[in-house]
Write a protein that binds this ligand. Structure first.
Ligand SMILES: Nc1ncnc2c1ncn2[C@@H]1O[C@H](COP(=O)(O)OP(=O)(O)OP(=O)(O)O)[C@@H](O)[C@H]1O
Ligand SMILES: [Mg+2]
Length: 392
């Protein structure tokens, strides 16, 4: 693992997202372990480093246990999947794609079994009713006895009844309709940003026009977040040059590391304020994102990475925006939540700018790739596969 900068002189908080992950990873690998326990190891890592880690794990002799929401990574790394769903754990002896297929097949099988068992119960109950009534009417003990036998059979079936398999609720998330932005969304001219010990962006130019879907790609520490923060006028590093935002551009921003102004604030209260909703509507929207009842009383500082992202996404969805800027949106979130995000983006017809190291996600959305390298930008048209081909 190659860390190309003397990170020891920089305070941990100023490190880029990937630099933080690298330090954690280096700590874990340096002790030459027999067993690797990796909790979302690819989060924030750039693609070259993810590929390095893939090779490392492949050649690693011991066992590795990996928690990950990165579908490409999971597919390559796993030969056994432990699926934890609704409090139950189940083992699948396959990789991720195999697991998805098997899980779906299991679901369909269980649903079919469940339905035929329910049909059987209904049929037996109708028969039992018939014999019981006839037995009463004709005072026949034979018929009444048959009704009893049937009832016993029904009871036995019900005791070990097949459970109805749970269908995971799909969250329907859609961005509020928005007014189209001006043609020119973001124009960057001769921009230079410097940190105390290096030039991060060196005299760059960039033009983003309305409706484009642009991915920022580049190694950890190459300046992607820095450019986004400069566009949003957030980071206080010295800069020279010009950044222009079109007049009717309304930006929704999902930062790489999500924090809240007051960690002690309760989720519901925070959400009502940010989304401009009354309590009832706020609870309704939060429930869509799987924050139920007592969950909404949690203090925001206690939320997990994935929960933070869901809260921010839920807020963005309430706002009338025409430009989305996402800095590594898929880190921390589980695959179903990724799908919610993906569906929402699918329906969004404004401008999309995102940083991602998630190859699946980039392929799905990027129509243009801007590569960050040695302080400069290079533009490629197409998705990740096209970029891989052209940048060889
Ligand atoms: N305030 C600061 N002081 C010193 N160095 C800084 C400061 N802010 C950022 N940097 C450095 O600037 C470089 C670019 O950081 P940036 O966060 O833009 O990287 P990135 O491309 O977003 O990386 P990642 O993929 O890891 O998120 C990094 O090497 C980072 O350590
Ligand atoms: Mg970053």
């Amino acid at each position: 693992m190659n860390i190309d900068r003397n990170l020891l002189n920089i305070s941990y908080n100023d490190l880029s997202g990937g630099e933080k992950t690298l330090i954690q990873l280096a700590k874990a690998l340096l002790i030459k372990p027999d067993l690797l326990l990796l909790d979302e190891p690819t989060n924030h890592l750039d693609i070259a480093r993810i590929e390095w880690l893939e090779d490392y794990i492949k050649s690693f002799k011991g066992a590795s246990v990996i928690v990950s929401h990165d579908r490409y990574f999971l597919d390559k790394m796993s030969n056994k999947i432990l699926d934890i769903d609704n409090g139950e754990a189940k083992v699948y002896e396959t990789n991720y794609s195999g697991f998805l297929k098997e899980k779906q097949a299991n679901f369909e099988k269980q649903m079919a079994n469940y339905k035929s068992q329910q049909d059987l119960i209904k049929k037996l109950e109708a028969e039992k009713k018939y014999f019981a009534e006839r037995g009463m009417a004709t005072n026949s003990s034979t018929l009444t006895a048959r009704a009893h036998v049937l009832q016993n059979r029904i009871d036995r079936i019900k005791e070990n009844a097949i459970k109805r398999p749970k269908v995971r609720k799909q969250i329907n998330a859609e961005f509020e309709e928005q007014r189209k932005s001006s043609k020119r969304v973001i124009t960057v001219e001769n921009l230079t940003v410097t940190a105390p010990d290096k030039v991060i962006l060196n005299n760059i130019n960039m033009d983003i026009v309305s409706g484009e879907r642009v991915a920022f790609l580049g190694k950890n520490g190459s300046g992607k977040t820095t450019l986004i923060k400069a566009i949003l006028q957030e980071r206080q590093l010295p800069l020279q040059g010009k950044i222009e935002i079109g007049p009717s551009v309304k930006i929704g921003y999902l930062p790489q590391i999500i924090s809240f102004p007051n960690d002690n604030q309760e989720l519901l209260e925070y959400f009502e304020g940010e989304a401009g909703l009354n309590e009832l509507d706020a609870r309704r929207v939060l429930a869509k994102f799987e924050f139920y009842q007592l969950d909404v009383m949690k203090r925001v500082g206690k939320l997990s990475g994935g929960e933070r992202m869901k809260v921010k996404l839920a807020i963005l969805l309430q706002q009338k925006i025409n430009t989305l800027i996402f800095d590594e949106p898929t880190n921390h979130i589980d695959i179903p939540t990724k799908e919610v995000l993906e569906n929402a983006i699918e329906d969004f017809d404004g401008t999309l700018i995102f940083v991602s190291h998630d190859r699946y996600f980039i392929n799905q959305f990027a129509e243009k790739i801007i590569e960050f390298k040695d302080g400069k930008l290079k533009t490629y048209l197409g998705n990740y596969d096209d970029y891989k081909e052209k940048s060889k």
